[in-house]
Design a protein around this ligand. Structure first.
Ligand code: BGC
Length: 270
């Protein structure tokens, strides 16, 4: 029996994958055999380094593509470039995301819009482009049982309200029903749509928190498992969810958070 977790012969696009969780996803997809398009917004060089390392280590094809996921034309160009490089697309990991934090009363419209634009509208634009391509191409059963796979990288904050970060929490809450609604609409067409919701993963997005001993300890007290997550806690789960090993999973969010969503404050039973 062929290994259902293999992504051999498949092609993936991972947005925001020059570093952090996106990069770990690109790596894990490549480790499972997929060719990977590495999208970046700021650092072409970092993306190039990630791509070189991934193709060297895993013997897959890679391509780097600069694009702002909140811009429709950029997204169209990014998908066209991916198809040009690999000839087909089987997996989208919509990961690109940002934080622009402020106390609610001080939050500017610009901070609100920027985060919604990248995290939510970016997810919409990329998922739409992926769905269009999957539907246009039709099934290729020898590559995958599904017509295509879409995975959103969400956050524990699709469930946990987050004061001081309402734009971010709203974007992730929105992503949850975007994901479920697309999953519901496209399951009959055999497109699987799911999300992974990471907790506190040590990346650049929360560097200010984990670099400071006191705030890092406070954050850890919110994690029953007692440690922050690593990007390696996320990548392999995403690759598995994209594979035929997860072919019956659709519209689901996999929380990877060391128990952060278990309401640890209630842990003593009093
Ligand atoms: C945020 C991080 C935060 C974590 C847990 C993530 O979605 O991007 O900044 O540490 O959630 O609160």
């Amino acid at each position: 029996m062929p290994n259902p977790a293999s992504l051999q012969g498949q092609a993936a696009l991972v947005t925001g994958s020059s570093s952090g969780i996106g990069r770990a996803c690109a790596e894990a997809l490549a480790a499972a055999g997929a060719d990977v398009a590495i999208n970046y917004h700021h650092s072409a060089q970092q993306a190039r380094e990630a791509a070189d390392q991934i193709s060297r280590q895993h013997g897959v094809k890679t391509v780097t593509i600069g694009a702002d996921v909140s811009q429709e034309q950029d997204v169209e160009r990014m998908f066209a470039r991916t198809l040009e490089a690999f000839g087909h697309l089987d997996i989208l990991v919509s990961n690109a995301g940002i934080q622009k934090d402020a106390p609610f009363a001080d939050m500017t419209l610009e901070q609100w819009r920027k985060v919604i634009d990248v995290n939510l509208t970016g997810g919409f634009l990329c998922a739409r482009a992926a769905a269009r391509e999957f539907l246009r191409r039709g099934p290729v059963p020898e590559r995958s049982r599904a017509l295509g796979k879409i995975i959103f990288i969400s956050s524990v904050h699709q469930r946990i309200p987050w004061g001081g970060h309402v734009n971010y929490a709203a974007s992730k809450g929105g992503l949850m029903l975007l994901m479920k609604s697309i999953a519901q609409e496209l399951a009959p067409r055999k497109i699987r749509v799911n999300a992974v919701a990471p907790g506190a993963i040590r990346t650049d997005i929360n560097r200010d928190v984990w670099e400071d001993e006191q705030t890092a300890a406070k954050l850890c007290s919110l994690i029953p498992y007692g440690r922050m997550g690593d990007t390696l806690d996320i990548g392999p789960a995403v690759a598995w969810l994209a594979s035929d090993a997860a072919d019956y999973i659709s519209g689901e969010t996999l929380f990877i958070d060391g128990g952060m969503t278990l309401y640890p404050g209630f842990g003593t039973g009093r």
